[in-house]
Design a protein around this ligand. Structure first.
Ligand code: MF3
Ligand code: CO
Ligand code: CO
Length: 252
């Protein structure tokens, strides 16, 4: 069941979402060659705790760190590590979810490390643009899938890219992951009509491939990679459906 948030809940989720966005911006300022993903995790912990909040990923279903850092062919849920040192040409998605006064905000973005290939640049741009096109299409009374899934799939396909299918966006705010599941590809059979007060993420994971398949790393139980080793990028915002359209809550 999709929760329609009350005005006080919306206020709380807005504050947490702004903090998540500020944390992401802060952590991203440390992205450069030679930095480990564990260092980025530590920077996130410092910033989040200084602001009176906690990081939602830590201990969530046993996740061992406070942010997700997903490099190159890692689609999502990469675990920060001392051994994971950024090098020029990498792309890295940093995913931050905060809990402030009990409310959740969830956002991520993909960043280049030093100079990256034109292909990687094109993937990052197409992924970001597909997310904003979907967000712009959101409106009460409209179908979620017609706004998000169809728009993203059609847009990225033009570049020879494809949305990942096993993972998607989600309702968020009172819990980390709520209904609805937000598909980033066309699924007419699973749909939701948008209503004011709904809050969910739009977070396309786009593979630079014709292959949407992913694999789970059984050794850590978390890291999701592209099955064919291709690059994957992701952007994520937490969105509120308003009376007239939508509002991005994780924007600063
Ligand atoms: N932040 C991710 C999302 O966008 C979820 C991460 S779950 C974790 O939904 F356990 F890996 F942190
Ligand atoms: Co999310
Ligand atoms: Co996230």
């Amino acid at each position: 069941m999709v929760i329609i948030k009350s005005p006080p809940q919306i206020e709380g989720i807005k504050k947490s979402s702004v903090l998540a966005a500020q944390t992401l911006e802060y952590v991203a300022s440390f992205v450069k060659e030679g930095v480990s993903t564990a260092f980025l995790d530590q920077k996130a912990v410092e910033f989040i705790s200084k602001n009176g909040a906690i990081a939602a990923p830590l201990n969530y279903n046993g996740f061992p760190k406070s942010i997700c850092t997903s490099v190159n062919n890692v689609v999502c849920h990469g675990i920060p590590s001392e051994k994971d040192v950024l090098k020029a040409g990498d792309i890295i998605n940093i995913d931050v979810t905060t809990i402030l006064n009990g409310y959740y905000g969830d956002t991520s973005a993909t960043y280049p490390v030093g100079e990256i290939s034109p292909h990687a640049k094109q993937l990052i741009k197409a992924t970001r643009d597909s997310m904003y096109l979907a967000i712009d299409a959101l409106k009460p009374g409209k179908s979620l899938n017609a706004s998000v899934g169809q728009v993203i799939e059609k847009y990225v396909n033009q570049f020879g890219f494809i949305p990942v299918r096993e993972l998607g966006g989600h309702g968020v705010g009172i819990h980390f992951h709520e209904d609805p599941f937000v598909f980033h590809f066309t699924t007419p059979s699973h749909d939701t009509i948008l209503k004011p007060g709904m809050i969910f993420t739009v977070e396309p994971m786009i593979n630079a491939s014709k292959n949407w398949q992913v694999t789970l790393d059984e050794s850590d139980g978390w890291t999701i990679r592209t099955a064919d080793g291709s690059l994957s990028a992701q952007f994520e915002h937490t969105i509120l459906i308003t009376e007239i359209g939508s509002e991005i809550l994780t924007q600063i």
